[in-house]
Design a protein around this ligand. Structure first.
Ligand SMILES: C[S@@+](CC[C@H](N)C(=O)[O-])C[C@H]1O[C@@H](n2cnc3c(N)ncnc32)[C@H](O)[C@@H]1O
Length: 422
């Protein structure tokens, strides 16, 4: 069986990958004994440096590694030197080259002309939708996260998470201006020693509280790096061992190094590797959302975005017999009212702690009833009288003490005290 590529064909591949402009991607799929091994290489720019990103799919796992030119050339030679039945697909600006080596050792070639393929690796059936995960080369990320299958199709079971991550990325994108207020930028403004110059990309540190399997954490890192050109570090916190080890494995498969760190522990006690500029939290259960809010305030994070999940605390605490008895009698209405009140108290308390807050719809109500997002930016003065008196009036009307008030402790109590005793 003839398995080697003809010399002229191998030379054409080398030339089109490294010898002329317009190289986009080369992928080789080898099928052996029912197993599929896929390797691909594409050019990427990482912090202004030209690199080559290799993606290996083996035994159901996708791994990514970035190479310099010499290592990438060695990788291509290994691809060319493969034996046996295989398919190779080269995409360049001048067109596509398909090579198929059959069982009988025949080498079949076909070429197509110039194609416009800005988003060549976007999952086929999602290509037309204008969502954040379609605006960069997200195919590898989605495969590593297990959101898409080996062919790049979004799995039916992951469609909800895919939509949530897109919706959250859109809000992150709208929240962070091109020159976001970050610790590094503030240091630069103050004493110019942050290492970040006016021309260098903004450094943004993100903490994801209750990160689970890090779908949002890793998507935010990749999106802000690739699309916004920020220098991003993320830290995910979760108390579950299994999700943190999955998140670490996926970050390793994506070759993210120090840029993605995961802490197995409680949001309330986790020690961060950096000072955050943005705290995010997606469906952190019950009072874990309050813990995320409280820590964002304590960490002095400039931005906070959270989508709360189930909320039990006020549901139990709201007293029956109030003028709202007619609402509270019905379980579903009581639950919705408790949810609304909890988020209202959260927004009010954030205002008191110096944040400008917006409460907005997250995903469509058809998708889930948990569709409220709190967006907060630390831009107002702490302890504004109007914010405090509104909060106290509402709290006293319902005769409850929201858990977030207790959690924010002394610094908040002092502010409330001033107003209560005026
Ligand atoms: C519903 S999951 C959401 C996970 C992820 N944010 C997502 O949307 O895919 C909530 C996660 O919060 C974590 N969690 C809840 N309370 C926590 C706490 N106090 N500290 C750390 N993690 C917590 C849980 O272990 C769980 O993984």
């Amino acid at each position: 069986m003839q398995a080697e590529l003809p010399v002229e064909l191998a030379d054409e591949i080398r030339r089109r990958v490294f010898g002329e402009p317009g190289f986009m991607r080369i992928t080789q799929v080898v099928r052996r004994g029912g197993e599929v091994f896929r390797v691909s290489l594409r050019p990427v720019e990482i912090r202004g440096e030209m690199k080559y990103q290799g993606e290996m799919f083996d035994e159901g796992r996708t791994k990514v590694k970035n190479f310099d030119l010499d290592a990438a050339k060695n990788g291509l030679e290994e691809m060319i030197a493969q034996n046996g039945v295989r398919e190779l697909h080269l995409i360049t600006a001048s067109g596509d080259l398909h090579v198929r080596v059959t069982k009988k050792g025949k080498v079949l070639q076909s070429r197509s002309g110039k194609l416009a393929r800005q988003l060549d690796e976007t999952p086929a059936h999602d290509r037309t939708k204008n969502v954040p995960l379609n605006t960069f080369h997200s195919a590898t990320l989605l495969r590593v996260l297990g959101i898409s299958d080996a062919d790049g199709k979004i799995k039916a079971s992951m469609r909800g998470k895919y939509d949530q991550v897109n919706a959250f990325l859109r809000v992150i994108d709208e929240t962070l201006p091109d020159d976001p207020v970050t610790r590094a930028a503030r240091r630069r403004g103050r004493d110019g020693d942050s290492g970040e110059t006016a021309d260098s990309p903004p450094e943004v540190n993100i903490v994801d509280c209750g990160c689970g399997r890090a779908y949002l954490t890793l998507a935010a890192l990749m999106y802000l790096t690739d699309v916004r050109n920020f220098t991003v570090r993320v830290c995910g916190i979760d108390r579950r061992h299994d999700v943190i080890s999955d998140a670490r494995r996926m970050a390793a498969d994506l070759d993210l190094g120090e840029r993605a760190v995961f802490i197995e522990g409680d949001i309330d006690t986790a020690e961060l590797p950096f000072e955050p500029d943005l705290v995010v939290s997606l469906y952190a259960c019950d009072t874990a959302t309050d813990a995320a809010i409280a820590r964002a305030v304590e960490w002095k994070s400039h931005y906070l975005l959270c989508v709360p999940c189930c909320q039990h605390e006020l549901h139990r605490a709201i007293k029956t017999g109030s003028p709202m008895q007619g609402v509270l009698r019905h379980g579903i209405l009581r639950e919705r009212l408790a949810d609304l009140l909890t988020d209202t108290f959260r927004a009010q308390l954030l205002r008191i702690m110096g944040y400008r807050v917006q409460v907005m719809e997250f995903v469509s109500r058809d998708a889930t009833a948990r569709n409220i997002l709190l967006r907060a930016e630390s831009t107002v003065k702490k302890g504004l009288g109007a914010a405090i008196s509104e909060y106290l009036e509402l709290r006293d009307f319902w005769q409850v003490k929201p858990w977030l008030e207790t959690r924010l402790g002394e610094p908040l109590a002092k502010l409330l005290d001033i107003c209560e005793h005026q």
